[in-house]
Design a protein around this ligand. Structure first.
Ligand code: ZN
Length: 242
């Protein structure tokens, strides 16, 4: 099965559409959360994602905040402003869709969640210690996460060895080994200084992970951010990939 892996779309429709076009036909789509927040197109992104084939979709911290499930005070000011704006424009149908999202799901040999299997909505996996702790919280050989907006791979050959955490910097395929946690990076707000939308294609039989990047019309998204009255920082950082 050829699966499209997306995460942290953050209401960026131009990036999402570029990924859908670039990925080609897929058998399923696994989305790791944060469909909304920061960007100007929350309803359009939810509508597009809801109709994707074989969709399995997780709840992100921004999705939870827009639904009022977590306090907005937990976020920094600019994120808070965009969460409040997103809540105010969200349609009833899109809100109902977000409410169906789960915090952690197992699909075959893979566990899916937004942050980490230990704390699926909130925890960032940014260092080997957190990655090592997370390995005890899922039963499957592989775990796919988002949240940090960084394409990162964490592996541990066995329990006695330290966890190795590395950035996925090129477009070379990764052959997954059991006890791997891997992140595709962010579709709508990459933070690894590469402004192109990040995603991955996963081949379930071969356990092969293909990291992908694709250009999209950043300027058009920035214009929509300004027009919506969202914080200008959310526009400028898209061009820098930060
Ligand atoms: Zn995010």
């Amino acid at each position: 099965m050829r699966v499209l892996i997306i995460s942290d779309i953050h209401a960026n429709l131009s990036a999402l559409d570029a990924v859908r076009f670039d990925s080609g036909p897929v058998d399923a789509v696994w989305c790791l959360g944060d469909l909304v927040g920061y960007g100007p197109d929350p309803n359009q992104c939810i509508e597009r994602i809801a109709e994707l084939p074989g969709l399995v979709c997780q709840l992100g911290n921004h999705d939870a905040a827009v639904l009022g499930l977590v306090p907005v005070e937990e976020f920094n000011l600019n994120a808070r402003l965009s969460i409040r704006w997103s809540s105010s424009v969200l349609t009833a149908a899109c809100s109902a869709f977000l409410q169906t999202l789960t915090q952690m799901t197992t699909v075959g040999e893979v566990t899916l969640c937004h942050g980490s299997p230990r704390n699926p909505v909130w925890e960032y996996i940014l260092d080997p210690r957190t990655a090592a702790a997370s390995l005890d919280y899922f039963e499957t050989p592989y775990c796919f996460v988002g949240h940090s907006h960084l394409p990162v791979c964490c592996t541990s050959l066995d329990k006695s060895k330290p966890v190795h955490l590395s950035m996925i910097r090129n477009s070379q395929a990764v052959q997954l080994i059991p006890r791997t946690i891997i992140n595709p990076g962010s579709v709508g707000q990459p933070r690894d200084k590469d402004p192109r939308a990040a995603y991955a294609i996963y081949y379930t039989e071969e356990h092969r992970w293909e990291p992908r990047r694709v250009n999209y019309d950043i300027h058009a998204v920035q214009e929509r951010i300004y027009k919506a009255g969202l914080p200008p920082l959310h526009a400028s950082r898209l061009a820098q990939g930060t």
